[in-house]
Ligand binder design. Structure first.
Ligand SMILES: [Cu+2]
Length: 158
């Protein structure tokens, strides 16, 4: 009996000795599917529907822009669905810039932080979108000439 307690004590000492970092669980890579507590989980997927000439369900992007929320620096899968008869784009604009009206893709390209690229009518596209590292509110527009300001949304980076 006594021998057993010594053994146990020795085992615990050994465990304590190599404790520190090894006692904490190793962080697992970001889960592919969010856990049940979805309240705090921001989707790593953005579904964007494009129409002529607006994003989302309603043709009132100026008054009610669709809002997409991501975490800063998050690797997001952007799913674009162009249900319109025109080409459209999904472009994040740099913060603190003066927006020209109309936006001209050739002359105003330097205002774009990140763009999906022009998507043909009726096409779908999934591509990785690296969320901005800087939290804040970003303007999202369609860069096709004449589509902004009618076609716009809001990207919130948390
Ligand atoms: Cu457009």
């Amino acid at each position: 009996m006594r021998m057993l307690s010594i053994l146990l004590a020795a085992t615990m000492l050994t465990l304590a000795a190599c404790g520190g970092g090894s006692s904490t669980p190793t962080p697992t890579p970001a889960p592919a599917a969010p856990a049940a507590s979805a309240q705090e989980v921001i989707a790593a997927t953005l579904d964007v529907v494009m129409h002529d000439i607006y994003f989302g369900a309603n043709n009132d992007n100026i008054a009610n822009p669709p809002v997409w929320t991501v975490k800063a620096g998050q690797e997001v899968t952007l799913n674009l669905d162009n249900q319109g008869g025109l080409q459209h784009n999904w472009a994040v604009i740099k913060q603190g810039v003066e927006m020209p009206v109309p936006f001209m893709p050739d002359q105003n390209a330097d205002l774009i932080l990140w763009a999906a690229g022009v998507l043909d009518a009726g096409k779908k596209l999934s591509e990785p979108f690296p969320a901005p590292a800087e939290p804040g509110e970003y303007l999202v527009i369609c860069t096709v000439a004449g589509h902004y300001p009618a076609m716009q949304g809001k990207l919130i980076v948390q």
